[in-house]
Design a protein around this ligand. Structure first.
Ligand code: ADP
Length: 165
């Protein structure tokens, strides 16, 4: 049976750190579903459709990577997709606590689902969507850190939202 992995996240927007995890997961699993989480408690910079569309464009060269979105429990989503593996990335020690809590809760909810952690590549260790948005809001250069086609869109959106400082 094909081993399907789900890589969930906010991807607001996708960064080269995310793409590194996707590429490496694609080398291990038969199919990787990058699943954009619709978190009702957060107001994202890019709406769900935009985040999905940007990811689709960023992963277009990978045949066995699919982009989707979900709301509700991640474990329920995995069952729908007949997937048994959750992929998450780990950067600093500070990621560990919340990831450990989430993985433990997901194990409690669905004991047959495993969370696999992939260590960040050192060149992306400091990268997060939040820091990209923060640097861009001060008009700092984010080239080489996110896909090229997102750079202008990011600045435009920050301007529209009056978030260029
Ligand atoms: P979430 O809000 O679920 O943390 P993110 O989009 O911020 O969503 O991140 C999705 C996943 O990607 C998380 O597991 C996060 O740790 C991982 N990740 C984010 N940036 C990097 C990076 N630079 N290197 C490795 N993993 C990363």
């Amino acid at each position: 049976m094909a081993e399907i992995a789900v890589y969930p996240g906010s991807f607001d927007p996708v960064t080269n750190g995310h793409l590194d995890i996707i590429k490496r997961s694609n080398n291990i699993f038969d199919k990787v579903i990058v699943a954009v989480f619709n978190n009702p408690t957060k107001r994202p910079l890019f709406d769900m459709e935009e985040r999905v569309e940007m990811l689709e464009r960023a992963v277009k060269d990978y045949d066995s990577v699919e982009v989707d979105c979900f709301a509700g429990l991640l474990t329920t989503y995995l069952k729908e997709k007949e997937a048994k593996v959750i992929v998450r990335g780990l950067r600093a020690v500070s990621d560990f606590e919340s990831e450990f809590q989430m993985a433990s809760m997901n194990k409690k909810l669905a004991s047959d689902i495993e969370t696999i952690f992939m260590m960040t590549s050192t060149e992306y260790a400091y990268l997060s969507s939040s820091i990209i948005k923060e640097v861009a809001s001060f008009e700092g250069c984010v080239r080489d850190l996110i896909p090229e086609f997102i750079v202008d869109r990011l600045f435009e959106r920050l301007k529209e939202r009056d978030q260029l400082l």
